[in-house]
Design a protein around this ligand. Sequence first.
Ligand code: F58
Length: 833
Amino acid sequence: MEQNTAPYREHNRTSLTKEKLKQGFLDNLYFIQGKFPTLASRNDYYLALAYTIRDRMLHRWISTATNYYESGARTVCYLSAEFLMGPHLGNNLVNMGIFGMVKEVVEELGLNFEELLAQEEEPGLGNGGLGRLAACFIDSLATLEIPALGYGIRYEFGIFEQTIVDGWQMEKTDKWLRNGNPWEVPRPEWAQEVRLGGHTEQYTDENGRLRVRWVPAKIVLGIPYDTPILGYRTNTANTLRLWKSEAPESFDFEVFNRGDYYGAVDQKVTSENISKVLYPNDEQLSGKQLRLEQQYFFVSCSLRDMLRVLAIQNIPLSRFHEKFAVQLNDTHPAIAVAELMRLLLDEYLVDWDDAWEITQRTFAYTNHTLLPEALEQWPLPLFASVLPRHLEIIFEINSRFLDEVRIKFLGDEARLARLSLINEGGERYVRMAHLACVGSHAINGVAELHSELLKQDVLKDFYELWPEKFRNKTNGVTPRRWMILSNPSLASLVSDRIGNGWVRDLEQLRQLEPMADDADFRKEWWDVKRANKVAFAQYIFKRTGILVDPESMFDFQVKRIHEYKRQHLNVLHIISLYRRLKENPNLEVPPRTFLFGGKAAPGYHTAKRMIKLITSVGEVINRDPDIRDRIKVVFVPNFNVTTGQKIYPAADLSEQISTAGKEASGTGNMKFSMNGALTIGTLDGANVEIREEVGAENFFLFGLTADEVYALRASGYHPYDYYNTNPHLKDVIDLLRGGSFSRGDADLFRGLTDGLLHHDPYLLFADFQSYVDCQEEVSRAYLDRDHWTRMSILNAVRSGKFSSDRSIRQYCEDIWKAEPVPITLLGQNEEPT
Ligand code: F58
């Protein structure tokens, strides 16, 4: 068919004049929602607005796909089991540069714009940092005009919603799709079949070659749902392609004809289960069959989708790795190594050596954790029952790989056992990190320290084998969502002084450094922070009924609840400060509000008790008439992208207090710093680089270094000694043990305190005094408002390195070898008719 797209440009549904936007909005309310303003609900209005914006994204999306098709450009495929996107509407308005105009349009229609934005249920398809990183990365890929697809799973239930009942976390399922999702377009015509289970058979092909056939026990369909991802003020609209599982047929007719109606429906139900729910674990592996099925499901669909694209572009299979750069976001998609091999060997009949070369040149692997318990391993029997053919291929990869190791390290049997893809100690497991390392040409950590520690510890043997594969790619976050959208007043203060080039080139913020010495600018800066705090105080009151003083220092620790992140160290300091204030009411400390937020994995009992600890300490302190105007403790429920957008702009202090050597990078630390919060932190993850960038004098450092942690453990760590020799620490622990924060119930926190006294695996006691001293320094610094504001400004304007644009540029240059493809809009040169 003749392509003439010019008429679409000035169409009611695409034009960007205010009148046409209004017309489009009312049309969508009528024709899509089937409503008239008198009967429309808030959700109807939200959907009508969302469709009005989506209509205006389609031309870029279609143009982008056409440009990519015609250029045949190299494409980055980011494979991730999680994409923690956050709400789309506001972000799309920012990236299209029409936020202000649309706000006016909505208000002229007599509607509340903020309310409509708040109506969107965020797609919470991720647990924490890893999933959110994937979201920032696809934003940057589009902004940098890199041909890219994000591939993942369209979970029906995302990360659970957290409520707090009697101080404890309660989980509610996240039904994010219940009101419809206007941003996605299903593409059933590109569905893929995925096999599972069964067995393998050998057969001889027509050339007399022995081959293997996989006879699966079941087949499920993967249906792609596409969401456009806009670049910031570019024509690029890339795609996030999430797979939903379905049964190939609604009914198994053979079973149905036998009269077993329920049995026939059963297959449909089990097929749909695969993409039903996101596993809510963070930093903890869960050896569940369904999780392996999820991983294989989305990986297989995605690779087959790439093969489909290769075929329609007429690119020979031998050039697969030239067309696609596939990034494995942790080991969750690592089965892709075996699946691409299987597809090439069994379905396309490629020789092993050629298939292996294509595979290795295609994949690169990012590691996100140093915690040994988080490294994925699958028990062999489970693996064999789900993916029998892949297990055979993995054995073959392993046998060839170990031969290579034998040559390089002659006679080193221990090394072979350590490197093997199969863990043979006791129960046998497939080690997914090893599969990822062997099958990739590049391996990277997510902060400098983390990448170093990978080489020294977790992946040491691989480093010694292939030092050239190892890289560092320090994480970053997108300033579009985390500054412009969430902190518009700060963004306009900045743009008023230096224009808006910084939004695409965050290093430009440094032009503002001299302004830290300008008293007027400092006042404006402080006023912006103060207004954000007032807004957040109102939000807290609405959500928790707790009144907090916006004059007080807002001290935040928001992140998943985990022992290594040490929320309980923060609590020990709060108790210590509380005690000192009770003893000496004249103590000169600024009023402080300690705020926490984060979810605990539902099965992680210690983490859940840490939440109860925070809320219990809060209950006592917030009720104490002597103290409650000086310090407050608040647990902000249901920390997610939406609440994060309110939190970072309102923060004075950012708590990044993990045990050194445990946090791979952290990305919340970057969001806080960008928004002018100061950090109190250990030399862990990206804190090290944040401190380097903002200057040691603008960062509150405490605690042992990773080397010291290692040495202390090696020499024998005895937490009890710290308790016995530090009376201050002893008082704090004894208050907890005596039941002062649990209405006399001495048992409530016994597990926690005993755990610390006898094991303390994350060295809270070793770092306690250093932390308390450092907090005193923080308090003193806050009393000098001018100086504090100076430091706040310098933190923000020196955070340019932590834009995900910088991370993505480095991935493109060093790993993906991907180049920008600027998009020409279709019909650009044609006259509208
Ligand atoms: C996080 N990992 C790291 N894992 O902890 C954090 O330091 C880093 O900044 C971030 O990745 C991005 O690189 C993380 O969030 C998970 O949530 C996994 C989800 C699936 C199960 C295992 C943990």
